[in-house]
Design a protein around this ligand. Structure first.
Ligand code: G6P
Ligand code: MG
Length: 483
């Protein structure tokens, strides 16, 4: 039986919120449903979260919910006539005093007073994800005077970035703070923080999450030039998070598209080395917004992210607002499976020369070493409270599936993001200790994941229900009476 190891995150939106559509997405292989707090009302998110959980339960699937905070995306105000058209060489101004709803061919308002302070003459500003580019020619007390380098349409509320990054808006807005409460209310499994500058931004988000009573694991979206300026900055941000997202839209605008591929590989590598999960996002299947088939370039992009060892690949507008959301998930699933067959992806030299810091980490890695080198091993069972032990395991490349056995709803959903990890609801405390190994293996037999004659590795601790307690590993022969 082949399990797809790479997980699929799909954004829900108007194109994917009816019960029928959602059910199709779940059956097509959706692992994590993303609620984008930049769009939609709290009630729409509530309804989607409820539906995802109902439909996943109906099909015995485990789908995690990820809320994505809007963050301090800096945006221009509105135009009197909604939209203008700029040509190369045109002069254009951003003004903190111009009326917010009366932009013209020459000037538009902006809600971010620090823009003037943050920018210097010679800076390049990118509007609408880089579709329009301008250079700052002159600065006054409340305006930036620019010349257009790349022309095109510009309409209400388009985003603005600076090439090289450095616009210093704080990472959490009033809306984000309200959405952190909504995430707690909806018991979301993951919460993505947009535009964090450093560890302090993540710590603030963590504090607000705790105050709201949420338990979501925090995902840092890597999308500012500062976050990838050097290894120290990147690792600091990764360490302060539970998972990261390679948010290629804004990141590409800030650092330039030429740098993006190398940085993607680096972020994935660093995240795995620091024991965190990682999502690769943005425009992976962009043409499928209007087409039932991906382009060859998109196929390559998804496959290469798999070869880079990402935990998950993500769909944005393709599933939220596109014409072919189900086909997009199906195509991703197919491409991931194909890429996973490539042999370099099933063995690991990772961390061979390193010391381990913790007992459970040592057992998790010993289990992976054994799984990868003892050919009869067809599955790994990890009894887990929080999902931590299977997370560590899944940082190591392998073709052996890792089954996370947990009685907790949060953990059952959370591990859906981790590469090569699959949920099995299981309460070890409900089984007499001498029957535990057999009961655990029986679950795999039921799933069709193993057959008599196969070997299975099982990890656990001496006592049940203690996170961090894993201290033992068993190698079990399926079909023999197990004690
Ligand atoms: C289950 C097992 C324990 C083990 C724990 C690890 O509760 O019964 O023996 O110590 O999982 O949980 P963790 O959150 O560290 O993966
Ligand atoms: Mg972004």
């Amino acid at each position: 039986m082949t399990f797809r190891r790479t997980k699929i995150v799909a954004t829900l939106g108007p194109a994917s919120s009816s019960p029928e559509r959602l059910e199709q997405l779940i059956l097509a292989g959706l692992d994590v449903a993303r609620l984008n707090f930049s769009h939609g009302t709290p009630d729409e998110h509530r309804a989607r979260a409820r539906l995802v959980r109902e439909l996943a339960a109906k099909h015995g699937r485990f789908v995690a919910l990820l809320g994505d905070l809007q963050g301090p995306k800096i945006r221009i105000a509105k135009f009197a006539d909604k939209r203008i058209e700029l040509a190369v060489g045109d002069r254009f101004r951003f003004s903190v005093t111009h009326p917010r709803d009366a932009g013209t061919q020459e000037v538009v308002g902006i809600d971010y007073p620090d823009l003037i302070k943050d920018c210097s003459v010679g800076d390049e500003l990118l509007l609408d994800d880089g579709r329009v580019v301008m250079r700052v020619e002159e600065k006054t007390a409340d305006e930036l005077h620019c010349v257009v380098l790349i022309g095109g349409p510009l309409s209400d509320h388009k985003g603005i970035n600076r090439r090289g990054g450095g616009l210093t808006a704080p990472a959490l807005t009033a809306k984000d703070k309200a959405d952190i409460k909504l995430a707690a209310e909806l018991e979301l499994d993951y919460l993505a923080v947009s535009f964090p500058r450093d560890a302090a931004d993540m710590q603030l988000a963590r504090r607000l999450r705790d105050e709201a009573g949420g338990t979501a694991w925090l995902v840092a979206k890597i999308e500012r030039a500062e976050a990838v300026a050097d290894d120290e900055a990147l690792d600091g941000l990764i360490r302060a998070s539970d998972a990261v997202m390679v948010a290629r839209g804004d990141l590409g605008v800030e650092i330039g598209d030429a740098e993006l591929v190398g940085i993607q590989k680096k972020i994935i590598q660093h995240a795995r080395r620091l024991n965190k999960a990682v999502i690769t996002a943005t425009q992976m299947m962009e043409s499928m917004i209007h087409s039932p088939m991906p382009t060859r370039a998109e196929v390559s992009d998804v496959a290469n992210a798999v070869l880079d060892s990402t935990d998950a690949v993500m769909l944005s507008a393709e599933s939220a607002a596109g014409e072919y959301p189900v086909e997009a998930v199906q195509a991703m699933a197919r491409i991931c499976l194909g890429a996973e067959r490539y042999p370099a992806n099933t063995r690991s030299k990772h961390r061979m020369g390193e010391q381990f810091k913790r007992c459970d980490e040592s057992i998790a890695l010993a289990a992976m070493y054994t799984a990868n080198h003892f050919p009869g091993v067809k599955a790994i069972i990890s009894l887990t409270e929080s999902g931590y032990t299977p997370l560590i395991m899944s940082r190591i490349r392998s073709s052996v599936p890792i089954f996370a056995y947990s009685p907790h709803r949060e953990t059952q959903a959370r591990v859906a993001l981790f590469r090569g990890v699959y949920t099995v609801p299981f309460d070890p405390a409900a089984v007499p200790p001498e029957k535990l190994n057999q009961a655990a293996v029986d679950e795999l037999l039921k799933l069709g994941a193993v057959e008599p004659g196969d070997w299975v590795i099982l990890t656990k601790g001496d006592s049940y229900n203690t996170t961090g307690g894993t201290n033992g590993m068993k190698i079990l022969h399926v079909g023999e009476p197990l004690v």
